[in-house]
Design a binder for this molecule. Structure first.
Ligand SMILES: [Cu+2]
Length: 318
């Protein structure tokens, strides 16, 4: 008698007690989410682009993996709930029970707003910190970088874009200029990216460095090389008819090999008058106002110069 007067348990029309669906869904979800996040970190992350050649490349791998580990549980929750619903709450003959309403359910609403707010704010804080603090993002930071590498012993490399190739100047090696980007391993690099004509973008994929090359702008990007290897360089800003051919490759070599390469190139360019013919090293160049460029070239016996800096008079037919 007492049993029949007790308040009815939330239940089905057939009188069986309703199981704790929330707990079941949570347990299925937590197991799948942990498995997915472990797979992302252990199996997926080491194969993520752009590889591990530089500090910025490694940080980009971490960033992509962390965002994937944040997104996977959300997606798995949706799938889990969807699958659980299909199995447990599908229509059965004779069952006309709609179940408890969600409308006005304070706990559900608070959980929904709280969880989404936490996800968005965490992504905001993580992205901001990763962009500024640990190793730079390998991106152009403009003329006054917010983040700089530790210490001052970094190699400066000026990247000069023009239609339709990149050249590279090494101010610590007499300002010599090459068509080949060679870098030493285990060294912090400061790229100073600029352009002589239109807007280009310096993208060294495996280095995880990407920086706009704008005329009149010294756009600084940092990275630290980890190990030797080859990398590709592409222009990633539509810059004219041969933009698609603005493709190059570079090398990270041992510090000793780099010193040898750089010293030899500096000597050759000095002895052949190339260093004297080049405009003085500067953070940017205005190709229209370099004084006496044609005279300098002719005085050094250089005719038919590559035209990187547009001498005011044609050195070939003065
Ligand atoms: Cu370009």
């Amino acid at each position: 008698m007492a049993e029949s007067q007790a308040p009815a348990a939330p239940g089905r029309s057939d009188g069986r007690t309703e199981p704790n669906h929330g707990l079941r869904i949570f347990l299925i979800w937590i197991v799948l989410a942990v498995i997915a996040d472990l797979l992302i970190w252990i199996v997926w992350k080491p194969h993520l682009p752009p590889g591990e050649m530089t500090s910025s490349a490694e940080h980009q791998q971490v960033d992509i993996a962390v965002l994937g580990m944040a997104a996977a549980p959300v997606m798995i929750f949706v799938w889990t709930y969807f699958g659980y619903t299909l199995v447990n709450w599908r229509h059965r003959d004779g069952d006309d029970d709609d179940g408890p309403p969600i409308f006005g359910h304070t706990g559900l609403q608070a959980t929904w707003i709280g969880a989404t707010a936490v996800i968005v704010l965490a992504a905001f804080v993580f992205g901001t910190v990763e962009l500024i603090v640990p190793a730079g993002a390998g991106a152009g930071e403009g003329p006054n970088p917010v983040w700089k590498p530790d210490g001052s012993n970094y190699l400066q490399v000026q990247v000069i874009g023009q239609q339709w190739q990149f050249t590279y100047r090494y101010p610590q090696f007499g300002g010599m200029e090459t068509t080949q980007l060679v870098l030493p391993a285990n060294r912090s690099i400061a790229f100073h990216v600029t352009s002589l004509d239109v807007i280009h973008s310096f993208w060294a994929y495996q280095l995880a460095v990407k920086a706009d090359a704008n005329p009149g702008v010294d756009n600084v990007a940092y990275t630290t090389t980890d190990h030797v290897g080859g990398f590709t360089v592409r222009c990633s800003e539509l810059c004219g008819i041969w933009h698609g051919a603005m493709f190059d490759s570079g090398r990270v070599v041992t510090p000793a090999a780099f010193q040898t390469w750089a010293r030899i190139n500096e000597q050759i360019q000095r002895s052949k008058g190339v260093l004297a013919a080049l405009p003085p090293y500067a953070t940017t160049y205005d190709p229209t106002v370099i004084p006496n460029m044609g005279k300098v070239l002719i005085a050094n016996g250089i005719t038919g110069a590559a035209g990187y800096y547009y001498p005011p008079s044609d050195p070939v037919t003065p």
